[in-house]
Design a protein around this ligand. Structure first.
Ligand code: ZN
Length: 170
């Protein structure tokens, strides 16, 4: 697990697996919680994500139906760069899409080919409560869309691309 000082308050939590009903809830806004509670949830999410060797984790996956997720796209091969998004909203997505096989820590051993836009804009709050905006492409755009779906009770099982196996190899 990467050594990141702010994670000191975090602890590894049990990851809820499908079909746990918390994974199907519409998560409530996180902004109405106090800052310490948000920071603790974020730290638990990051510690749990790194412990599980994942690249993204949303609060419902540790049994907390609040709109917070964390991700770190490249920590396995690069320096850790933990990201926390509180009350995120995807405000734009590209018309261009691609299909990529995704895994989910709540659905172990069942990767699913999912079609998604290749670029997004997401507006969110950081841990200091500041409004932020990120324009994302590639793996970051894909992870954020996956985690955002968790906040709305949506899973990769709902998005399975039926014709993915019939796609021509190009
Ligand atoms: Zn997932």
């Amino acid at each position: 697990m990467p050594e990141i000082p702010p994670l000191g308050i975090g602890r590894v939590r049990a990851i809820r697996n499908w079909p746990d009903p918390v994974l199907r809830e519409m998560a409530e806004p996180a902004g109405e919680l106090d800052g310490d509670s948000i920071a603790r949830i974020a730290a638990d999410l990051l510690v749990t994500m790194y412990d599980a060797e994942g690249r993204g984790l949303a609060a419902p996956q540790i049994g907390i139906p609040r709109r917070i997720f964390v991700y770190d796209a490249h920590w396995k091969t690069d320096a850790p760069h933990p990201m926390v998004m509180v009350d995120p909203v995807i405000t734009w997505h590209s018309a261009a899409t691609d299909i990529v096989e995704e895994g989910c820590l709540s659905i172990p051993g069942h990767p699913v080919a999912v079609l998604r836009p290749t670029a997004i804009t997401v507006e969110y709050f950081d841990l200091s409560g500041s409004a932020r905006r990120a324009d994302l492409t590639g793996i970051e755009a894909r992870i954020v869309q996956h985690e955002y779906d968790h906040l709305n009770g949506r899973l990769i099982l709902d998005l399975e691309e039926p014709d993915a196996s019939a796609l021509p190899d190009v």
